[in-house]
Design a protein around this ligand. Structure first.
Ligand SMILES: NC(=O)c1ccc[n+]([C@@H]2O[C@H](COP(=O)([O-])OP(=O)(O)OC[C@H]3O[C@@H](n4cnc5c(N)ncnc54)[C@H](OP(=O)(O)O)[C@@H]3O)[C@@H](O)[C@H]2O)c1
Length: 247
């Protein structure tokens, strides 16, 4: 038997947190591959509207759904809307995340619960809904982690626990949902600077990597397309990190 890559054109993808930054690039890359796109967002209404216009300009069907991922009821409503409007789902990318820092003894219960809710419980619930919606034709789920899934980041205790949990969730689901649904993860290295780093600090972060530069959201987006189309990969975590995990 000759194995072929999976065709994405005409199929449907939902990317959480895809109004801006990395999630947006993932969604638009899948749209460039011809996928109909559901742009999920939390509070970035204007960015979601502009991502919608960009996706529609690529000639695919696209829609925006707003849902607070800390609220299981809003997650259920989102999938009910996907079922009603698209009738199917082929690819789910769990990309939305909160990046919360704090010394261990200063992490409040609220901050702990919020990190776990968005970064771990929401991917769990979204994946359950997606797996049911994917039905007999199957599909694929891709979770976006980071390198704190492998080793703890001292200033990000709750975040590290959430991403380590998401790595295990990826592996548990790969086993549980096979052979109908493939489940993989991507662990990006430094891709997009946030307010926590000055441009100079960001440059130094890149210089410390074996490949001597930081990454780009497009690097993650191409990795998503790769995992979505390769039929014999499940339970894998693909590092897109300039070699950082080796340090
Ligand atoms: N940035 C990096 O360099 C980097 C490196 C390694 C891994 N990653 C991972 O890659 C993924 C994307 O990274 P990013 O930096 O683009 O992410 P981000 O900007 O931190 O967050 C992505 C989106 O998550 C959504 N979100 C957060 N809380 C939510 C909630 N309660 N309900 C609904 N949506 C919520 C936000 O949507 P709204 O804006 O609409 O509220 C936000 O735009 C994340 O999983 C991250 O951990 C990023």
């Amino acid at each position: 038997m000759t194995s072929r890559t999976i065709e994405l054109k005409g199929k449907t993808a939902l990317v959480t947190g895809s109004a801006r930054r990395i999630g947006r690039e993932i969604g638009l890359e899948l749209a460039r591959q011809g996928m109909n796109l559901i742009i999920h967002h939390g509070s970035s209404d204007a960015e979601a509207a502009s991502a919608l216009r960009e996706a529609q300009a690529l000639g695919v069907q696209a829609q925006v759904i707003k849902a607070d991922l800390r609220d299981p009821g809003q997650i259920s409503a989102m999938f009910a809307q996907v079922e009603r409007t698209m009738g199917r789902l082929d690819v789910l990318v769990n990309s939305a995340s909160v990046f919360a820092s704090g010394a261990f003894l200063e992490v409040t219960l609220e901050a702990w619960q919020s990190a776990l809710a968005v970064n771990l419980t929401a991917p769990f619930l979204c994946s359950q809904h997606a797996a049911r919606l994917m039905g007999e034709q199957g599909g694929t789920i891709i979770n976006i982690l980071d390198l704190s899934a492998y080793a703890p980041w001292k200033s990000y205790p709750h975040h590290s626990v959430s991403k380590a949990g998401l790595k295990m969730l990826t592996e548990v689901m790969a086993l549980s949902l096979a052979p109908r649904i493939r489940v993989n993860g991507i662990a990006p290295g430094p891709m997009l600077r946030d307010e926590g780093n000055s441009p100079e600090q960001w440059e130094r972060i890149g210089q410390r990597l074996p490949l001597k530069h930081t990454g780009d959201p497009a690097d993650v987006a191409r990795a998503v397309t790769f995992l979505a189309t390769e039929p014999f990969i499940t339970g894998a975590i693909l590092q897109v990190d300039g070699g950082e995990l080796l340090l």
